[in-house]
Design a protein around this ligand. Structure first.
Ligand code: PLP
Length: 427
């Protein structure tokens, strides 16, 4: 139950914000959580209640909250000015680091959010290919723009490759520019690309779709067929970038796209994202191209913001320290393995899906290979599981657990105990 102080804030939120929310997490009626602050692996609500945090800001806070190196870097830059619009030193430094790290990145164009990054990735692919259509995968999340919202989370399924708009207010014409395929079905995607190659500007994919792992050969197959028809392949690495490896999912899975969208970790918890890619595609952003049919103007008030760049650089410096990824993966593996074991012991049919830095559980006997398989899992059981965790002071993102470097052994033990209790409840 909400205390007086949170109750007052809930009422104020409901008056000032649609649904009482900033848009990301619905305001729960039974258990409204309003966050006051975060430190390390914990966040604290306005009533002072502590939560062990596996939401980590929906992914950016891989070092945990208020990491001293990030705080120090941000404070140092804050005292020297917050934004200039014109190119700044830290933005150049961060771009150089991204180019060193990410295999497909020869150049970087900054934007402020992941939504913008995938939007411009698609636009620049169209400018390069001089075609309009894109292929995306059902259930793939690329932010909230008109193309990304197509078949993001359809409840009414339509036959492939026809997209369904998961939002009101999307022009019907957009539907004609998007083809949709099931994730992990390489034969279907290949056939679709072969049939439509002359209309396709790009194929966009999350290398790990939400928490669904790519089946062996899937990403490699997409790479091969897109290369064959010279269609830019876009990896949406907003989540996986700097998380699965320093070079992202393209390093981790060993498949190099032409373009990638990066965000979250690279902005260190500040609004910074980017389109990265090969020089011959990225040159469309070059103002020298103005007046040509390849020019893609892209201006943003906060492009390459120096505070965000400082936070990003400080975050990446910690991630480059020896053993950082080994530690992140070890923590994730303990949590995933522990959860699997508890579910097995309880004889509850379930699949723990994802990679160690981010995963979730589906209550089903079926292999989780695509969006439709996730839909067939038992969502009531999932809700009960998550709700029991919140009751026990464990917070997670809507559809996944994000692991951070701040989660220590004590946190893991506490989480495994909470998993056990939650499983007892759903049983
Ligand atoms: C894979 C992926 N792409 C794009 C986005 C959109 O990023 P943003 O919320 O910064 O607009 C997200 C956000 O969670 C994401 O997970």
């Amino acid at each position: 139950m909400a205390s007086t102080s949170s109750q007052d804030l809930v009422e104020r939120a409901i008056r000032a914000l649609p649904g009482g929310t900033i848009g990301n997490v619905p305001m729960s009626k039974d258990h409204p959580v309003i966050i006051r602050e975060g430190r390390g692996s914990k966040v604290y609500d306005v009533d002072g209640r502590e939560y062990l945090d596996y939401m980590i800001g929906s992914g950016p806070m891989i070092l945990g909250h208020a990491h001293p190196a990030v705080v120090e870097a941000v404070q140092r830059q804050m005292a020297r000015g917050s934004t200039f619009f014109i190119t700044n030193e830290l933005a150049i430094e961060l771009a150089e680091e991204i180019v060193r790290a990410v295999p497909c990145a020869e150049q970087v164009r900054y934007v402020s959010s992941g939504t913008e990054a995938t939007f411009y990735a698609l636009r620049i692919a169209r400018a390069y290919r001089k075609r309009d259509k894109i292929l995306k995968f059902e259930g793939g999340y690329h932010g909230m723009h008109d193309y990304a919202i197509m078949s993001l989370s359809p409840t009414k399924l339509s036959p492939f490759p026809t997209p369904v708009a998961n939002s009101a207010g999307v022009p019907k014409a957009v539907q004609d520019t998007v083809l949709v395929a099931p994730f992990n079905d390489l034969d279907y995607a290949t056939e679709l690309i072969e049939q439509n190659h002359d209309d396709l500007a790009a194929v966009i994919v999350e290398p790990l779709q939400r928490v669904i792992e790519p089946m062996p050969g899937f990403l490699q197959g997409l790479r091969k067929v897109t290369q064959q028809y010279e269609i830019p392949l876009i990896f949406d690495e907003i989540v996986t970038g700097f998380r699965f490896a320093y070079g992202g999912a393209q390093e981790y899975y060993g498949v190099e796209p032409d373009i990638a969208a990066i965000g979250k970790i690279v902005g260190g918890g500040f609004p910074l994202a980017g389109v990265v890619g090969k020089r011959d595609i990225m040159h469309s952003f070059d103002p020298e191209m103005e007046g040509t049919d390849e020019y893609v103007p892209q201006v943003g008030t906060l492009n390459g913001n120096p505070i965000a760049a400082a936070a990003g650089l400080a975050t990446l410096e910690v991630l480059r320290q020896p053993g950082a990824y080994e530690r992140l993966f070890a923590t994730g593996r303990q949590l995933m393995g522990g959860l699997e074991q508890l579910l097995r012991e309880a004889e509850i049919p379930a699949k723990v899906s994802g990679e160690a830095p981010m995963f979730d559980v589906y209550f089903t006997e079926e292999e989780i290979v695509d969006y439709r398989a996730t839909m067939r899992a038992d969502s009531t059981m999932h809700k009960k599981f998550v709700s029991s965790l919140v009751d026990q002071g464990i917070l997670r993102a809507g559809h996944k657990f994000y692991v951070s470097l701040a989660h220590d052994q004590q946190d893991v033990d506490r989480t495994l105990d909470a998993f056990k209790q939650a499983i007892d409840i759903i049983r």
